[in-house]
Unconditional design. Structure first.
Length: 55
């Protein structure tokens, strides 16, 4: 593989993961009552921490 590919593959992977996280939050918050949004955002943050290995 080319040196450029070694640099771009991790960047592309992180971009895909970030886009997926944003889409999950948008879908989760659509038509959600304001009192439930805090729980949804906390759950998403917990999943992101678990995926990143901080939990």
């Amino acid at each position: 593989m080319d040196v450029t590919a070694w640099a771009l593959v991790p960047v592309a992977g992180m971009l895909v993961a970030a886009t997926a996280a944003v889409l999950i939050v948008v879908v989760a918050l659509t038509d959600t009552a304001s009192r439930d949004r805090v729980m949804v955002l906390r759950a998403v943050a917990e999943v992101i921490r678990a995926v990143r290995g901080r939990r």
